[in-house]
Design a protein. Structure first.
Length: 574
């Protein structure tokens, strides 16, 4: 795009750069070394979630420089800024996890405020850890300025005595260690080698699931989400994104033109086909909310129900993100889904072309076995299943990829927090056949809807992963495996049936029929509801309290504002 022919008459940055009354504003830009020509070019926000909290985000600052070079090469003016992240692998298993889902909203809010306050014209958003990916995409849809998403890339697999390992193996090793199946020395050796590079968790956990979504939903350039963080090719993708954002400004292609109902269905399809994280059922409705679209847990589950599971990825399968990238990347997964009628090919993307046009020259790789053809799947239905019943009128979700037993009936063993359940698991104070119930961990009741990986991994490490089940109004990590059901709604804190359970109540779980029910009739549930008293929260001030006052139910994405449906004027049109 030629800067000399660019007019700012329709761009937000005109409010801070055009006219004599903006002389004070321009003086700030001169103070930062910009030239008059750069001030007159479109301003592109380059937002990263860089920090030193975890390997997920540590490479983002370097990659941002390549984005900025691309923007400048295409006659734009990049303006880099950072936002927060909370890294689930470190926040897991303690009170810090209450910050995780809250951080998704803070990321979206802080990117919005930075863009609004400085009147940037477009956004290239870079993220590396679980909540930062949906948070960044939510901000793009909320602002509705031309935007491109870039994933920071996955970590390389570790090697433990000749076997590939991920952080999932370390979490499960804690369970093995607790029952004497792993020595202190072996655990120490494993934790040293499991995470050998920069990048987000390598299997199809939440980060890689949402990275896969970013390409399928159309907000990321093809192939860009698959390359591991240490691969130098990431700089090429970043440079290309910086150049392409200028084309989107010129053509005025915006996120809400890209993220349509069909695009959300495409996103749900790749989650199911790749055996992705159940957290996608929380994040896709939240992204939809930013576009003024209704796409709730049941819409997601409907797609899951009819999508084949075809990518043999951990935690249910054999491979990690690096392997899929080298086999052909996310486009090879999307190509076979498109060819067999599972994707909408007419959805526009940030390339300016449709999904079908982007995939036109992608060829099937016969030499790989990471991704199966969609007509010869691992299993005929998706790796994630939605459930509903008298225990979860607002639905629930379970990841079935890699599971053999899809039905479970047993007595409830109730816990009012993750810590009390984890302690019981650590001490083996449960029985084979039990259904462990962790409640008051929902969006409002937690507050913050914690993930339960520490508990589920400990069960698996104890060899009990397929001998007990676990349900919660909280969430599960993408690394969780076993019969673990999350997002049970309504949550206990608002009087949902999960809060009315007693030890010994018989629960039936059926991932084939989509059932989650308790053997209690409506009269008994109503009787218990009359004497029910909500558990008091320990969080009566601060950010987490503030979140609990505004957050909605998991079925709609646990969002904290009305979204574009209630919008009067979009930022991009101010």
């Amino acid at each position: 795009m030629d800067a000399k022919t660019t007019t700012k008459s329709r761009l937000p940055s005109r409010h801070v750069t055009v006219g004599p009354e903006r002389a004070p504003h321009r003086s700030y830009y001169y103070a930062m070394g910009l030239t008059g020509e750069q001030i007159q070019q479109p301003f592109v926000g380059v937002a990263t979630c860089w920090n030193e909290a975890a390997p997920c985000n540590i490479a983002l600052m370097r990659q941002a420089q390549a984005v900025k070079k691309g923007v400048a090469a295409a006659h734009g003016t990049p303006r880099e800024f950072c936002t927060i992240t909370v890294t689930d692998g470190i926040a897991m298993g303690h009170q810090g996890m209450k910050s995780s889902l809250v951080s998704r909203e803070v990321i979206a809010d802080s990117v919005e405020l930075t863009m609004r306050g400085h009147c940037y014209d477009a956004l290239v958003g870079m993220a590396g850890c679980d909540k930062s990916l949906p948070g960044m995409m939510m901000a793009m849809c909320r602002l509705n300025v031309p935007s491109i998403f870039i994933y920071g890339g996955s970590i390389l697999p570790g090697s433990f005595r000749g076997n590939p390992v991920t952080v999932q193996d370390v979490f499960e090793a804690v369970g093995r260690h607790s029952v004497g199946d792993m020595s202190d020395e072996d655990l120490d050796e494993l934790e040293h080698v499991a995470c050998p590079s920069a990048g987000a968790c390598g299997a199809q956990f939440t980060a890689n699931t949402m990275a896969t979504v970013s390409e399928a939903i159309g907000l990321a350039l093809p192939y860009s989400a698959g390359a591991p963080a240490p691969y130098e090719i990431r700089d090429s993708f970043c440079m290309a994104a910086g150049e392409q954002i200028m084309d989107l400004i010129e053509r005025n292609i915006r996120p809400r033109e890209i993220v349509t109902h069909k695009a959300l269905e495409n996103a749900a399809t790749v989650v199911a086909a790749s055996g992705g994280s159940t957290n996608a059922a929380l994040h896709l409705p939240a992204i939809a909310n930013e576009c003024g679209l209704k796409f709730d847990l049941f819409d997601v589950a409907e797609i899951f129900k009819k999508t084949p599971y075809i990518a043999d990825l951990k935690p249910g399968g054999r491979y990690v993100a690096k392997d899929m990238f080298e086999a052909g990347g996310i486009p090879i997964l999307m190509k076979t889904l498109l060819e067999h009628g599972y994707l909408h090919g007419d959805c526009i993307t940030v390339t300016g072309r449709t999904i079908a046009e982007n995939l036109e020259k992608v060829k099937w790789n016969e030499q790989q076995d990471v991704v199966r053809p969609a007509n010869h799947p691992i299993t005929p239905t998706g790796g994630v299943v939605g459930l509903r019943g008298n225990l979860a009128p607002e639905g629930a979700i379970v990841k079935v990829a890699g599971m053999e037993n899809l039905k479970f009936t047993g007595p409830a063993r109730c816990f009012d927090s993750e810590e009390t359940c984890f302690e019981a698991v650590r001490k083996r104070e449960y029985s084979e056949g039990d259904i462990l119930v962790i409640r008051y961990e929902g969006p409002k009741g937690g507050p913050g809807m914690r993930e339960m990986l520490a508990t589920t991994a400990a069960l698996y490490g104890q060899g009990m992963g397929d001998k007990v089940a676990l349900i919660t109004d909280g969430r599960f990590s993408g690394a969780t495996r076993g019969f673990c059901i999350g997002h049970v709604g309504p949550e206990a804190a608002v009087g949902g049936p999960i809060g009315l359970l007693n030890d010994g109540d018989v629960i039936t779980l059926d991932a084939i029929e989509g059932e989650i029910s308790v053997a209690l009739d409506n009269d008994e549930l109503a009787r218990r509801a009359k004497s029910w008293v909500a558990r008091e929260t320990d969080y009566n001030s601060g950010c987490i309290w503030k979140y609990s006052q505004t957050v909605g139910p998991a079925v709609n994405g646990a969002v904290t504002h009305p979204g574009a449906e209630a919008e009067k004027v979009c930022y991009a049109d101010l």
